[in-house]
Design a binder for this molecule. Structure first.
Ligand code: BDP
Length: 723
C-alpha cells in the first residue's frame, strides 16, 4: 500500500488493514511523507519501498498512489511491468482509479488518495472476482464531481414535520432535539457507507430553514465543523442550507435585498467565518421564494441576483451555491384553470440563462411538479444551455410509499437520465448534468423521435451533477425499510456512472448486503459460482425489487396524473384531497373524463415548454406515451390507449394487478424465512412492512377504482367487484 499522507490516506490505510485482518492477511505499507509504522498492520516495513519489488512479493493486492512525488519505486516498477496504468497515462483525476489483475496480483492505482479509497470499495464490490483470472485494465472515474445528498433534517424538532422533514427512517443522524447528536461515531459510519456508495457531499440541514437551522451559519458553526470532521476522512464534504433572509434574521439588517451593499458584505463575512471553521465546506443550498421561504422577489430582484450574491461570497473559498429551481405559487386559485404549476420552474428560470455565476448550480427537480411516481422530465433541463444544472431526485420515498412500501427507484432515475430532450439527435439528461458528450451513452431506441430543435445551443460544459434527498435516519437499518438501502446505494452509483444499469446496480447491492456469492466457489474464469440458496436469494430479491416502482405506479394515481395522496403527510390515497386546494395539484376528474389539459391548443400551454420533438409528441393525445397521458391531456374515460384498452379499464386493470403483485412479492419474501444470509431481524422487519404495503395497496385500489366507477358509471369489463 502506497497511499501518501493526509486524512484520506489514513482512511485507505485503515480500511486495507481492516480488510486484511478480516481475511488473515497483512499489509506492507509504504507511505512517502508519513511513517509507515502503524499498529493495525501486520508486517509493516517502515517507509521503505515495497521490498524486493511488489511484483515479486507475496502480495495479492497492491494499492498505490501515482500522484505522489517523487514517484515511489514500486509504482515505477508496476507501471513498466503491468499495463495497468502504463500505456495509457490518462490521469485518474481526484477520485478515479485504475484496476487490473496481472500475474496473480490485483493492482489499484490512483492519482489521489480519494481514488484509492474508491478503488478499494470497488474491489469490495467485486469480491472474489477481483482475485480470479486476469482482468484487463479498467479506468474508473466519476461522471460528476459532486454527488450530493440533501438531508431535510431539522435541528430542532418541528411541530409538524418532526426531526426530519419527509424522513421515514427515525430521527436525524446529525441532530437531536435542537442539539448536535451525541452519536458522532454513527456519523463516521455514515461517511464510510456514503463513500462505499460513491457519494461525496452532504447537506446537513433542511432546505426549509427554520430558526435553529439558520444559526448553523453563524454561532453554531462549531456543530457543523464537528460533523465535517467525521465526514472528511471518507472524502465527504459538508454543505449548508442557508436561509435567504439570513442578513435580516441573523444579522439584524433591515433588508435581505441581494443588491444592497450591506447585505452583500454580510454574506461575504458569513462565508469567511464559515470557511474559517470548515475550510473544505462545499457551499450553500438555497430554497428561495418557494412554499413560504423568503427570496429575492420580495425586493423586486431576480433569482440570478439572489444566487450571484451568495456565489460571490463563496467564490474566494471555492464554494458553490446550489440554487433550487423549485419556485412556484403555492397559493394559487384552484378555480383558475390557466395557472399551471408545471410551468413555473421554466417560466421563472429560462429567461435567466447565462446570468448565473460559474459557481452557481441550478438544482432542478427531475419532473416539473414534485417527485411524483411518474412525471415527464422537467423541460427546464433543456432550456438553460449556459447554466450549470443538477438534477434533484427524491431518495426519501415521500410519494412512493414512505419506506413502508418496497419501491426500488433506480429504474425511474435511469429513465430520467437517459431521456433525450431534443430527441435521438441530441444529448441526454445524463450528458447535461455531467457535462460529458454522449460517447458512453448507449444507442437510443430506434422508435424515439428525431428532430432536435434548438439542440445546437447545447454544448458540453461542466454540469452540476446529481442531487438526492436523503432517505437515511438513525433507524437500526439506516433507511427504515431495509430494502430502501438499495435506493441509497443506487443513487450513489448513478451519480458516479449515470449510464449504469439499475438491475446490475441492484445485483451489486444484493452482493454487498447479503453476500450470497461469498458462499460459493471461485471458478477458473474468476466467476464466483453460487450455491442454490444464494442463487435463490438473488432471484427472489430481483423478482421483488426490479419492477417494484412500476408496481407502485399501478396502484397509485393513474397514467401520470399524480397526487391523489392524503394532504399533509402524503401517505395513502385521497383522490380529491388536493383537488380544491391552492397547491396546484389537480386531476379535474368529472363524469366524462379525467386529466390535466396542458396542451397549447386548448390547455395551459405547458407542452410548448419542450423542444421538438417532445412538444409535438406530448401535444398529441394519440402520440403521448400512455403513462403520461393524464399529465398532459384531459380525456374521456373511453379514450383508447396504445394497448387497445380504454382509460377507465386501464385504471381498473392496473389497480387490481398492482395489488396482486404486492401479494406475490410478499409471499416471495415470506419464502426467504430462515435463509442463512437474511438475518432474522431483517426478515421480520420486511415481513411486517409487506403486511402494511398490502393493506395500503388494497386501500389505493379500492378508493381509486370506486371513485372512477362512481364518476364514470362504466362497469369493469371483467366483472370484478368494485366497492
Ligand atoms: C415537497 C415536500 C416538502 C419540501 C418540498 C421541497 O413535500 O416537504 O419542502 O418538496 O422540495 O415535495 O422543498
Amino acid at each position: 500500500l502506497v497511499c501518501g499522507g493526509g486524512p484520506l490516506a489514513e482512511t485507505v490505510h485503515d480500511e486495507v488493514a481492516r480488510a486484511c485482518a478480516r481475511y488473515g492477511g497483512g499489509v506492507r505499507h509504504s507511505a512517502p511523507g508519513t511513517t509507515g509504522d502503524r499498529s493495525p498492520c501486520a508486517g509493516v516495513g517502515g517507509d521503505a519501498d515495497v521490498p524486493g519489488g511488489a511484483e515479486e512479493g507475496p502480495f495479492d493486492l497492491v494499492l498505490a498512489l501515482t500522484g505522489a512525488e517523487p514517484v515511489p519505486d514500486a509504482v515505477r516498477r508496476l507501471r513498466t511491468k503491468w499495463p495497468a496504468h502504463g500505456g495509457d497515462d490518462r490521469p485518474t483525476g481526484e477520485e478515479g482509479f485504475v484496476v487490473a489483475r496481472h500475474d496473480g496480483v490485483t493492482v489499484v492505482l490512483a492519482d489521489e488518495p480519494a481514488g484509492l479509497l474508491y478503488g478499494l470499495f470497488h474491489l469490495v464490490r467485486l469480491g472474489e472476482r477481483a482475485f480470479g483470472a486476469a482482468r484487463p485494465r479498467e479506468l474508473h472515474r466519476p461522471a460528476t464531481r459532486r454527488r450530493m445528498l440533501d438531508h431535510w433534517d431539522n435541528v430542532a424538532v418541528h411541530p409538524v414535520m418532526g426531526q426530519v422533514e419527509r424522513g421515514y427512517a427515525g430521527g436525524s443522524i446529525f441532530w437531536r432535539d435542537g442539539a448536535l447528536t451525541g452519536d458522532l461515531a454513527r456519523v463516521g459510519a455514515y461517511a464510510r457507507l456514503l463513500a462505499a456508495c460513491g457519494v461525496n457531499a452532504v447537506t446537513v440541514n433542511n432546505v426549509n430553514v427554520h430558526a435553529a437551522e439558520a444559526r448553523l451559519l453563524t454561532d453554531r458553526l462549531g456543530d457543523v465543523a464537528a460533523i465535517a470532521d467525521r465526514l472528511r476522512p471518507y472524502g465527504v464534504r459538508v454543505h449548508l442550507s442557508a436561509g435567504f433572509a439570513s442578513p435580516v434574521v441573523l444579522g439584524g439588517l433591515p433588508t435581505a435585498d441581494p443588491l444592497d451593499h450591506d447585505v452583500r458584505t454580510w454574506w461575504a463575512r458569513a462565508a469567511e467565518r464559515a470557511y474559517q471553521a470548515i475550510p473544505d465546506l462545499g457551499g450553500f443550498v438555497v430554497k428561495a421564494d418557494s412554499e413560504g421561504q423568503p427570496g429575492p422577489f420580495a425586493y423586486g430582484r431576480s433569482h440570478a441576483d439572489g444566487a450571484n450574491t451568495l456565489a460571490d461570497a463563496l467564490a474566494p473559498f471555492g464554494g458553490v451555491v446550489h440554487w433550487r429551481a423549485f419556485v412556484y405559487d403555492h397559493r394559487q386559485d384552484w378555480r383558475d384553470r390557466s395557472t399551471d404549476r408545471a410551468r413555473a420552474a421554466r417560466d421563472h428560470f429560462a429567461p435567466l440563462d447565462g446570468l448565473f455565476r460559474d459557481n452557481v448550480i441550478l438544482q432542478v427537480k427531475h419532473g416539473p411538479m414534485d417527485f411524483q411516481p411518474r412525471e415527464p422530465v422537467s423541460p427546464l433541463l433543456a432550456a438553460m444551455p449556459r447554466t450549470r444544472l443538477a438534477v434533484e431526485v427524491q431518495v426519501t420515498q415521500e410519494y412512493t410509499g414512505q419506506q413502508r412500501h418496497v419501491c426500488y427507484l433506480a429504474p425511474m432515475w435511469s429513465e430520467v437520465l437517459a431521456f433525450r430532450p431534443w430527441g435521438t439527435a441530441g444529448p441526454a439528461v445524463a450528458n447535461i448534468v455531467t457535462g460529458a458528450t454522449a460517447d458512453d451513452a448507449p444507442e437510443p431506441p430506434d422508435e424515439e423521435p428525431q428532430d432536435g430543435e434548438g439542440r445546437d445551443r447545447w454544448a458540453a460544459r461542466e454540469g452540476g451533477g446529481l442531487v438526492g434527498v436523503s432517505n437515511v435516519g438513525d433507524d437500526h437499518f439506516w433507511t427504515g425499510h431495509p430494502l430502501a438501502q438499495a435506493n441509497l446505494y443506487a443513487f450513489g452509483r448513478l451519480a458516479w456512472a449515470p449510464w449504469a444499469d439499475p438491475v446490475a446496480i441492484l445485483d451489486e447491492w444484493i452482493d454487498l448486503t447479503f453476500a450470497p456469492s461469498k458462499t460459493g466457489e471461485t471458478g477458473d474464469a474468476g466467476d464466483v459460482g453460487e450455491t442454490g440458496e444464494a442463487a435463490r436469494l438473488r432471484r427472489t430479491l430481483h423478482a421483488i425489487m426490479d419492477g417494484s416502482w412500476r408496481t407502485y405506479e399501478r396502484y397509485a394515481a393513474p397514467l401520470g396524473v399524480g397526487f391523489m395522496v392524503r394532504p399533509g403527510h402524503h401517505y395513502g390515497p385521497d383522490v380529491d384531497g388536493y383537488e380544491y386546494t391552492p397547491w396546484g395539484t389537480y386531476h379535474f376528474a368529472d363524469r366524462d373524463g379525467v386529466g390535466v389539459d396542458r396542451t397549447r391548443a386548448t390547455g395551459t400551454g405547458f407542452t410548448g415548454q419542450f423542444p421538438r420533438p417532445w412538444s409535438q409528441v406530448y401535444e398529441s393525445a394519440e402520440r403521448c406515451p400512455d403513462e403520461l397521458l393524464l399529465f398532459f391531456h384531459h380525456v374521456p374515460y373511453g379514450h383508447v390507449l396504445h394497448d387497445g384498452s380504454t382509460v377507465i379499464q386501464h385504471i381498473y386493470d392496473t389497480h387490481f394487478a398492482g395489488v396482486e403483485q404486492v401479494a406475490e412479492a410478499r409471499s416471495l419474501w415470506a419464502g426467504l424465512a430462515g435463509a442463512g444470509s437474511v438475518p432474522a431481524g431483517l426478515h421480520a422487519r420486511v415481513r411486517e412492512l409487506f403486511d402494511e404495503q398490502l393493506r395500503c395497496a388494497e386501500e389505493w385500489r379500492d378508493q381509486i377504482n370506486a371513485y372512477f366507477f362512481r364518476k364514470s358509471g362504466v362497469p369493469d369489463a371483467r366483472g370484478r367487484r368494485i366497492h
